[in-house]
Write a protein that binds this ligand. Structure first.
Ligand SMILES: *[C@@H]1O[C@H](CO)[C@@H](O)[C@H](O)[C@H]1NC(C)=O
Ligand SMILES: *[C@@H]1O[C@H](CO)[C@@H](O)[C@H](O)[C@H]1NC(C)=O
Ligand SMILES: *[C@@H]1O[C@H](CO)[C@@H](O)[C@H](O)[C@H]1NC(C)=O
Ligand SMILES: *[C@@H]1O[C@H](CO)[C@@H](O)[C@H](O)[C@H]1NC(C)=O
Ligand SMILES: *[C@@H]1O[C@H](CO)[C@@H](O)[C@H](O)[C@H]1NC(C)=O
Ligand SMILES: *[C@@H]1O[C@H](CO)[C@@H](O)[C@H](O)[C@H]1NC(C)=O
Ligand SMILES: *[C@@H]1O[C@H](CO)[C@@H](O)[C@H](O)[C@H]1NC(C)=O
Ligand SMILES: *[C@@H]1O[C@H](CO)[C@@H](O)[C@H](O)[C@H]1NC(C)=O
Length: 250
């Protein structure tokens, strides 16, 4: 049994991530409004604002090798109303800077992640992972240093997002992998997804400029860079992307 103890004594469920939902690539420049957004990459279809052409506000790369959507070297595993889930396979030589592509203009790791890092000068103590589980996961890494979770306590985070500055300021040497955390219900616990990072995403501009369609709700996002962002989602009982296609009743 794998145990991770956080300050809150929550029941934890470990989910080991297998394959990806296919292979994609990403660019976060503003969408080209004269182009349409192509959401198809091989057998994978993403709905607006995600896609693979210049007209998509959040553009991934479509892997030529047929592995689906990609952000840099990282595989996009799923996109949801407020998250992008990305695979971060354990890598024994990954430098913190190698995570840079995940810190985009319109998406960035949320505060619901912990990174397994090595040789931190200021080691954290809030996340003690069962040594046998770690040894098994990191068996390919002949680590001689100490391993820490960063950040150690995700429940006390004031910001919705993690910044690259915080990661580099952690003064750790290597970043083996990432753990995404998700609340699975009030007082039930949190799911721990190993080798995954959860990115929060948004489109440029605040809700006051009204870009969502009828029957969609707009949520303001306070982006890490300090500019206004938003996300649209259809009201309960309606289906659609909330941005360009109408939200319809089923
Ligand atoms: C997609 O690929 C291009 C060319 O290799 C690269 O410049 C760009 O950064 C990639 N975008 C993403 C999001 O990975
Ligand atoms: C948008 O796409 C059109 C047609 O492909 C192109 O002519 C134009 O230069 C693009 N604009 C930008 C800002 O990329
Ligand atoms: C993607 O996320 C949605 C919504 O959370 C979920 O229903 C679906 O099963 C997920 N798909 C994969 C491939 O994980
Ligand atoms: C580990 O990460 C480094 C740096 O990004 C990369 O060059 C190397 O190919 C990766 N190794 C594996 C096994 O993926
Ligand atoms: C962890 O490793 C770093 C770098 O080698 C060192 O500075 C730090 O004191 C170590 N921490 C512990 C608790 O051993
Ligand atoms: C960097 O780390 C130091 C020591 O842990 C901390 O006091 C400081 O607030 C951190 N700075 C930022 C910008 O996170
Ligand atoms: C709304 O649009 C106006 C004009 O383009 C801009 O000045 C303002 O900053 C926008 N407001 C938000 C919250 O994005
Ligand atoms: C709209 O979004 C806000 C903020 O996320 C939420 O509190 C509210 O319940 C939502 N309204 C509907 C009708 O979904």
């Amino acid at each position: 049994m794998v145990m991770i103890s956080y300050k809150l004594n929550l029941v934890l469920i470990i989910i080991l991530i297998g394959g990806s939902f296919n292979d994609l690539r990403v660019s976060s420049a503003a969408a080209n409004l004269t182009e349409t957004c192509n959401g198809i990459c091989g057998g994978l279809t993403l709905s607006y604002p995600f896609g693979f052409s210049l007209g998509c506000p959040i553009q991934f790369n479509c892997s030529a090798a047929g592995q689906g959507a990609k952000i840099g070297e990282f595989s996009v595993q799923n996109v949801t109303e407020n998250s992008i889930l990305v695979g971060v396979p354990t890598n024994c030589t990954r430098k913190i800077e190698d995570m840079t592509p995940l810190f985009g203009k319109q998406f960035t790791p949320s505060s619901e992640n912990s990174f397994l890092m090595e040789n931190c000068v200021n080691p954290t103590n809030g996340c003690s992972i069962n040594q046998r589980f770690l040894d098994k996961q990191l068996k390919s890494c002949e680590s001689t240093g100490n391993i820490s979770c960063f950040p150690s306590d995700t429940s006390s985070k004031s910001s919705e997002f993690l910044s690259m500055k915080e990661l580099t300021n952690s003064s750790c040497r290597l970043l083996y992998t990432s753990i995404a955390l998700e609340s699975v219900g009030v007082n039930v616990g949190i799911a721990v997804e190993f080798e995954r990072v959860r990115l929060g995403w948004w489109l440029m501009g605040g809700c006051e400029n009204g870009t969502c369609v009828v029957n969609a709700n707009c949520t303001d996002v306070y982006t890490p860079d300090g500019y206004a962002g938003h996300r649209c989602s259809c009201l309960e009982g309606y289906h659609g992307d909330g941005y360009i296609n109408p939200c319809r009743e089923p």
